[in-house]
Design a protein around this ligand. Structure first.
Ligand code: C2O
Ligand code: CU
Ligand code: CU
Length: 555
């Protein structure tokens, strides 16, 4: 029985016709020729030669993770064919792994700072893959660089010590040109770190500490995922789904008691940006960002979350009546696609979003667009206050001790290392270059143990394309950085103003949204490991098309 019938020959030819052949041919060819049963084999270490672990490393925790084809029931009717990670604890506390029942997402790995992990990743997919640990400070051999992608039925062994602060990190595939497809198929999990400082903060724990992974999907009539149905348009702009899934489930509803919760939100979408707000106008109380706890809780009327970014909320429902239903919504905004949406306006889109082909795509100016464009308002999930419970926890005034970033620590405080994000020759580039597997320039080489200022500049390119100016969620591997400042070019200020009050630039970050016309300065210390690491746009279609480069940390 074939499990990839949704991706048919016509789709393949369409993709090929739009130039995605190179990017997707390996995987696509495999699906066409080798549809295999989704019955997942039980976990065991692969028979094929694993990458050898170093003899001297003695792990506290040892896990097996296997990427497999499977199916889950997401919508009424037929189950959906997915790709998913299965996990098993080989050594250590079984509670290290948690599973989201009935979801393609996961597992959740719960780690303590200082623990040593050995993870055996076995690829049982009909395509190359590799796992990247997003946000973790790791040696480059454990980072999941695309050059380490393994073939079907091979195993890659990761060994690393958890150096990060307590926080919400995640993992996902990173094979070059196929990350967007593989994440859309379902591959993503969480890597939650705890430490003593966090334990002392007195935050809601266990059943009151809830991860919420936000993603969007397109389903076909048979409930199967559709990816890049609009070919080049989706690639240039980024894939947008019309169904919002939370933890892999549609119409997600969260039953709560009248007390405080810690909600860990991950934007695990390929390209959708969320402008999150409670429907009743209550402010969001943010306690952590990508790299863990903020110095103190901050309140925002809304939070802007680009792909790859995380925020943690302190959500206290004690003043709500049992029976209350409260939506978390994404509010309307503009300017993320300045070339196209910004110019044409949302109103025009709104009137044209009727389904043209049963997949919910509209037609505009001869180009296909998503039924739910970036910047549209929609419900994300619903909280249902179900029961009364006494609350003893109080929101702490201080969460952690954190020095403000000191720009003078940078070796280049007056001359930031400049990265211009623009489209050239129909491709999104970083300083005019696209990804090369081992390629790295002197302008991309930094010294171990140095601090630097990096300036990301989102400016229009020379491509003359309609979409040559977009928001880019920029991510840097192997580090946590601080955001020093943002500047906006006045002509682009309107779109920027519709999201900028929702930035959480406080605290440690590994991914930062750079809006059209914006310049963002970061302070980064390269203090962990020498080696070859990536920086890229976390709009996964931009990344797959090559908006990704290596940087080298030189010892
Ligand atoms: Cu989350 Cu290089 O990615
Ligand atoms: Cu990453
Ligand atoms: Cu981008």
């Amino acid at each position: 029985m074939c499990h990839f019938k949704s991706f048919n020959r016509r789709d393949f030819l369409r993709l090929a016709g739009f130039g995605a052949l190179t990017a997707l041919s390996g995987g696509a060819a495999a699906w066409l020729s080798a549809c295999v049963p989704a019955t997942a084999p039980s976990i065991a270490l692969a028979a094929s030669t694993p990458t050898p672990g170093s003899g001297s490393f003695s792990p506290d925790v040892e896990l097996a993770l296997r990427a497999v084809q499977s199916e889950v029931k997401i919508l009424p009717g037929q189950p959906t064919q997915v790709w998913t990670y299965q996990g098993e604890v080989l050594k250590g506390d079984p509670a290290v792994l948690q599973f989201l029942p009935g979801s393609y997402l996961g597992p959740i790995i719960r780690a303590r700072q200082g623990q040593k992990f050995r993870i055996h990743f076995t690829n049982n997919l009909p395509a190359e893959s590799i796992i990247h640990w997003h946000g973790l400070r790791l040696p480059d051999t454990a980072d999941g660089h695309p050059r380490d992608a393994i073939k079907p039925d091979q195993t890659y062994v990761y060994e690393f010590e958890v150096r990060n602060r307590a926080g919400t990190y995640w993992f996902h595939p990173h094979p070059h040109g196929q990350t967007g497809f593989q994440v859309n198929q379902g591959l993503a999990g969480l890597f939650l770190v705890t430490d003593e400082e966090e334990a002392a903060a007195g935050l809601p724990a266990d059943a009151y500490d809830l991860p919420l992974v936000l993603q969007d999907r397109v389903f076909d009539m048979d409930n199967q995922f559709v990816y890049l149905a609009n070919g080049m348009m989706d690639q240039m702009m980024g894939f947008l789904g019309q169904d919002i899934l939370v933890n892999g489930q549609p119409n997600f509803s969260l039953p709560v008691a009248t007390r405080a919760y810690r909600l860990r939100l991950l934007n695990g979408s390929n390209s959708r940006i969320y402008k999150l707000a409670w429907q009743d106008g209550a402010p969001l109380t943010v306690i952590a960002s990508d790299g863990g706890l903020l110095a103190e809780p901050i309140q925002r009327e809304y939070v802007t979350l680009g792909p790859g970014e995380r925020v943690e909320l302190w959500a206290d429902f004690r003043d709500y009546q049992v029976g209350t239903e409260l939506q978390m919504r994404s509010l309307a905004f503009s300017g993320v696609e300045a070339g196209m949406m910004g110019g044409m306006g949302q109103g025009m889109m709104g009137g044209m979003e009727h389904n043209m082909d049963g997949m919910g795509h509209g037609m505009m100016g001869g180009m296909m667009t998503s039924a739910l464009p970036n910047g549209e308002s929609f419900p994300v999930f619903t909280v249902r206050v179900e029961r009364q419970e006494a609350e003893t926890l109080r929101l702490p005034e201080r969460l952690t001790i954190m020095e403000p970033p000191v720009v003078e620590q940078a070796v280049n405080s007056d001359t930031p290392r400049l990265f211009r994000l623009f489209m050239s020759n129909m491709a999104w580039t970083l300083n005019g270059r696209t990804f090369e597997m081992e390629g790295v320039t002197s302008a991309e080489t930094v010294q171990l143990n140095s601090s630097e200022v990096w300036e990301l500049v989102n400016e229009p390119g020379q491509g003359g394309m309609m979409a040559d100016f977009m928001a880019h969620p920029m991510h840097i591997h192997g580090v946590q950085f601080r955001v020093l400042e943002r500047q906006i070019d006045p002509p682009q200020a309107a779109g920027w103003q519709s999201v900028s009050a929702g930035y959480v630039d406080e605290g440690w970050k590994d991914t930062v949204l750079v809006m059209p016309g914006e310049r963002v300065k970061l302070l980064i210390k390269f203090e962990d490991y020498p080696g070859l690491f990536l920086y890229h746009c976390h709009n996964l279609e931009h990344e797959d098309m090559g908006m990704m480069r290596n940087y080298r940390v030189q010892a």
